[in-house]
Design a binder for this molecule. Structure first.
Ligand SMILES: [Fe+2]
Length: 276
């Protein structure tokens, strides 16, 4: 089957078929896939059958893997892979069980000085219904703001911290204790486009503002800029390998499924740049 790339919405996402990442992909096909990722920010490569070693080999075609802080989820033989299994989701401090990635719209691992440029999710097991993930194009969101607001937000810098979840070990907490500061509006290193860049759950505060005021500002902003016009909701199929450009996309998992059914994603993140 020939390689085919089809947009999944007007503003974000493309589906790729006719590519088997188990087999050594030819460079011309990879160049098309990388271009699709640059242009569409989220790509879904359908119908993959990748064991952990093959998954890592495939993803290294796109960059360098980096370590993740959800240490209890890491695959022992391949710690670059986090196994996000809804059946093993521990409760948070309030006793609530909320699936990974389903609390808010966010970009991943902003508590790192060099957060991941890409997050890869590989669908291994799905619930009988629901469990979609949504993605929002933050270049489009930024471009819809007025010039005054763009200028104002462009001055702001966010202080990031790791969340206070019981399932993040003391060891991981100590290791990732730095409080990196990232611009609230960042410029994509490959395209020069600007984007809102924030993880509300990891936001300690905006520099020069109180934490509560900072959270209000970010929550109101995210709520306002994410619209159906810049969003794509992905309904998973087993064997989907999805890559998301964290530098320009916010995402959120939906919580509309029975966690006991089992929704299992293998997640890998690829090292990015210092955001500017
Ligand atoms: Fe996430």
């Amino acid at each position: 089957m020939p390689l085919s790339i089809t947009p999944l919405s007007e503003t974000i996402g493309a589906e790729i078929t006719g590519l088997d990442l188990c087999v050594c992909a030819v460079e011309s096909a990879l160049a098309q896939v990388r271009a699709a990722l640059r242009d569409h920010l989220v790509i879904v490569i359908r119908d993959q059958r990748l064991d952990p070693r093959q998954l890592l080999a495939a993803l290294r075609l796109f960059g360098e893997t980096m370590e993740q802080h959800l240490t209890s989820t890491l695959m022992p033989e391949h710690p670059e892979i986090a196994v996000l299994d809804s059946r093993k989701m521990p409760p948070d401090k309030e006793g609530q069980v909320i699936p990974f990635g389903a609390r808010d719209w966010h970009t991943d691992h902003t508590n790192h000085p060099r957060p991941p440029k890409l997050t890869a999710l590989y669908a291994v097991k799905l619930p009988s219904e629901g469990g979609d993930t949504s993605f929002a194009n933050m270049h489009v969101a930024y471009d819809c703001l007025g010039a005054d607001e763009q200028a104002r937000l462009g001055q702001l810098r966010a202080v990031n911290k790791i969340e206070d979840f019981a399932y993040i070990s003391d060891e991981a907490r100590a290791k990732f204790a730095a409080r990196p500061v990232h611009p609230l509006i960042r410029t994509h290193p490959d395209t020069g486009k600007r984007a809102l860049y924030v993880h509300p759950g990891k936001l300690e505060r905006i520099q020069g503002m109180e934490p509560e005021e900072s959270r209000r500002l970010v929550n109101e902003l995210v709520e306002r800029v994410i619209t159906p016009a810049n969003t794509y909701r992905h309904r998973w199929r087993i064997g989907d390998l999805l890559l998301c450009d964290n530098r320009a996309v916010l995402h959120r998992a939906h919580r509309d499924y029975r966690m006991a059914d089992g929704r299992v994603m293998h997640r890998v993140i690829l090292r990015g740049e210092v955001p500017v």
